[in-house]
Design a protein around this ligand. Structure first.
Ligand code: UDP
Length: 249
């Protein structure tokens, strides 16, 4: 597999890759002989790790960990170890759907509210002819025990090589880390948060202006003001990063 450099941003080790390189690595993983995990944490998640250290092992345990957010990229720059840039999970996921459509590999959508994964499958197969969605399951099941095992069996029976796990953070990373060894066919398991909602047209990505100006967080705050508490992690994260920089000197 293509080697890649890892950059430590406040304790989380991010792959220093462009979106193209991330796609290449994921494609190579598709041809591997085990289930690989792809995580896409943003600054909120790094701050979660800083506040609750037990999450470091979880996130650093991913086979490919890419920075899904301007906050992480900014922090890497502040610390003097810049990353090549942001790799949006929702975009990397869609790139991999295109790859699977071309290769003829099946995919499985796990997560979101009932009906959303099916709608995402309908829209994505329309957009990428040849794409085969081998199965879907909503994300509201018990994350351990028999209900969870039934979900892993369903994924195995589908024969899908690419699995999207969209159960929200950090539940999705926890669930896949605990269950990936039970997967017999899946080779790339991507934790993609709210991406199925986006593919299904249930949620909108921020308009280009917000994306280009690193203001996706602001757009999300306007649309979902109840996220304010969670979002306060971002200024905390950046302040802490400047503090770390000062102490390192
Ligand atoms: N979700 C789920 N099961 C749960 C909780 C959440 O499938 O038990 C889904 C939710 O419906 C949404 C996705 O997880 O589609 C991610 O939610 P969010 O937009 O909050 O993303 P996050 O920032 O948590 O990754």
């Amino acid at each position: 597999m293509t080697e890649f450099e890892k950059i430590n941003v406040r304790g989380v080790h991010f792959a220093n890759v462009t979106p193209d390189e991330a796609e290449t690595i994921c494609t190579e993983m598709l041809g591997g002989d085990r289930a690989h995990t792809v995580f896409t944490p943003n600054a909120e998640i790094v701050q979660l790790c800083i506040e609750q250290n037990e999450y470091y092992d979880l996130y650093n345990g991913g086979d490919l960990v890419v920075p899904d957010g301007a906050g992480v990229v900014k922090a890497a720059k502040i610390l003097g170890t810049p990353l090549k840039g942001k790799v949006a999970g929702v975009e990397l996921g869609e790139r991999m759907l295109k790859v699977c459509a071309e290769r003829g590999d099946g995919v499985f959508f796990l997560g979101a509210k009932p009906g959303v994964a099916e709608e995402a499958a309908r829209r994505m197969t329309e957009k990428y002819p040849g794409l085969r969605v081998g199965g879907t399951n909503d994300g509201y099941f018990k994350k351990s025990g028999e209900e969870s095992d039934a979900v892993t069996r369903k994924i195995n029976q589908s024969g899908a090589k690419l699995l999207f796990v969209c159960l929200g953070v950090p539940a999705q990373e926890k669930w896949i880390s605990e269950n990936k060894d039970k997967l017999t066919a899946a080779r790339v398991c991507m934790c993609l948060g709210g991406s199925l909602d986006v593919y299904a047209g249930v949620a909108m990505r921020a308009p280009k202006f917000f994306v280009d100006h690193s203001l996706e967080w602001f757009y999300r705050l306007i649309k979902e003001p109840w996220r304010l508490g969670r979002m306060m992690k971002l200024p905390k994260f950046l302040l802490g990063t400047y503090r770390e920089k000062l102490f390192r000197r």
